[in-house]
Design a protein. Structure first.
Length: 475
């Protein structure tokens, strides 16, 4: 095992890899429940679709993460991408819901799976032919160095948002948690504490990770996750929910409308307008390209970020075995279309496991096993509260932000694209958007300053693709 996963070669050990795998799982376990919520738009009437997507989401996470473990042998986990799942709902399920009694949300859902399958096949072709790898390696050095820092801000923002530490504000867009409002509106002391506990415990957990790391305590992240989980349930005087009643129904609906959906003609006819409506066909092709484009650069950004933090990069600042990692991602997306869920991507929360010391595919094996257990032990995915995993995500942001120091911030040819990539990831809630906007800026600056060379052609193509996406697609 040590030789296969190169555990000793990468300066790790089995205990560290197991802890890293657990850390990654708990940091991203929310996706097991959140993905079916997003695909159904939190619509209670779509319970059958919710059940099918729940099982499909877990299966895709297991398959994608095991591929990453045994093919790429990297400590990265895969699951259905956030953002893309909401886009899936808006494009395919919501139109049928809005039709009322005349609509067929299940058919819309299955038609969406057809698009995901075709996107995955396109993804697979681009990976197998080396086009994806060429696009990745053609990114300018300033973007390669800025991407990890941007992902650091992005993942920290996710942590802040998950516990409500950062809230929406109609005037300033975002604001700090409203302690005064929470305390004054609560009917009693216990209710007041319950309202503010997630934010307070998140801050305590974040400081705890910092202290443990300063003292060089191994496993600081997983120790904090466990400690804050215990504190949360003890201090709020609540118990985790252990409801196993939905397990049988989930498997039944998965078999009825999920994995079997692509094997009938109706979803294909619905996706392409019966292959006679030119407008619908063009729209379907655009959706396939957009899903592929966003998935490609979400994965690419995550790989650069996590690999940089783990030191798993080559002399050109490219992730090692990036071709194998991208192949794993594309195969998992194809599986997502077949099983009945939205696009699969490498998860940014993998960085939490990397920060915990994960350096090999063994960490991914552990994460995959945890996901597999969720098929029969549903509460395992939800027993850890958001306030326990948020400190880990925020701390990963601290670790990854140091990469911006590697960018030449004096030369504007490097500084402007790097800054835009850095800031646009959290502000647009998208890794792909950050990369795309950075690529557009880099192309324009090199073009108008006379620094444009042949090696910038691929970056220009990336920029044009994103301009196409921004103009013609709303996400």
């Amino acid at each position: 095992m040590d030789k296969f996963f190169k555990i000793s070669e990468r300066g790790s050990d089995i205990k560290t890899e197991i802890i890293a795998g657990l850390t990654t799982f708990f940091a991203m376990a929310y996706i097991v429940v959140v993905n079916p919520n997003q695909v159904t738009g939190f619509t209670p009437e779509l319970g059958q679709i919710w059940n099918a997507v729940y099982v499909a989401s877990i299966l895709v996470a297991v398959i994608g993460t095991l591929l990453m473990a045994f093919l790429a042998r990297m400590p990265y986990a895969q699951a259905c991408g956030m953002g893309l799942n909401s886009f899936f709902f808006v494009c395919f399920v919501l139109p049928e819901v809005l039709k009322g009694a005349e609509g067929n949300p299940v058919l819309g859902y299955q038609a969406g799976c057809v698009i995901i399958l075709l996107e995955g096949i396109l993804f697979l072709i681009l990976s197998a032919t080396g086009i994806r790898q060429a696009m990745a390696k053609a990114l300018p050095d300033c973007l390669k160095k800025a991407i990890p820092a941007g992902i650091g801000l992005f993942i920290a923002f996710i942590g802040f948002k998950n516990v409500g530490l950062i809230q929406a504000n109609q005037y300033t867009f975002v604001q700090f948690f409203d302690f005064h409002g929470a305390l004054t509106s609560a009917p009693g002391p216990m209710e007041a504490w319950t309202a503010i506990a997630p934010v307070v415990l998140t801050f305590i957990g974040f400081i705890l990770i910092g202290v443990l790391n300063k003292k060089n305590v191994k496993g600081s992240i997983i120790i904090t996750i466990i400690a804050v989980t215990v504190l949360y349930y003890l201090s709020t005087w609540t118990l985790p929910n252990f409801d196993f009643s939905q397990i049988g129904a989930s498997f039944q609906d998965f078999g009825a409308i999920g994995v079997t959906g692509l094997f009938s003609a109706d979803p294909w006819l619905h996706a392409f307008g019966g292959f006679a409506d030119a407008g619908v066909i063009i729209n379907a092709v655009i959706l396939i390209i957009v899903f592929c484009l966003v998935d490609m650069f979400d994965t690419l950004g995550t790989l650069y970020g996590a690999a940089s933090e783990a030191g798993l990069i080559d002399e050109n600042n490219d992730p090692i075995d990036v071709d194998k990692c991208m192949l794993c991602d594309s195969v998992a997306t194809v599986c997502g279309g077949i099983f009945g869920t939205s696009t699969c991507t490498t998860f940014v929360e993998s960085s939490a496991g990397v920060a915990a010391g994960g350096r090999t595919g063994l960490a991914s094996v552990v994460t995959a096993i945890c996901f597999a257990l969720c098929l029969v032990l549903t509460p395992l995915a939800s027993i850890v509260p958001a306030c326990a995993t948020a400190p880990a995500l925020i701390f990963v942001g601290v670790l990854m932000c140091k990469n911006i120091m590697k960018v030449d911030m004096v030369d504007m040819q490097s500084a402007v694209p790097a800054f835009l990539a850095l800031i646009m990831m959290p502000l647009t809630y998208s890794i792909a958007n950050g990369i795309g906007i950075g690529a557009i800026a880099y192309t324009l600056i090199t073009l108008f300053t006379g620094k444009y060379t042949k090696k910038d052609i691929i970056v220009t193509i990336i920029a044009i693709l994103f301009i196409f996406k921004f103009v013609f697609v709303t996400m």
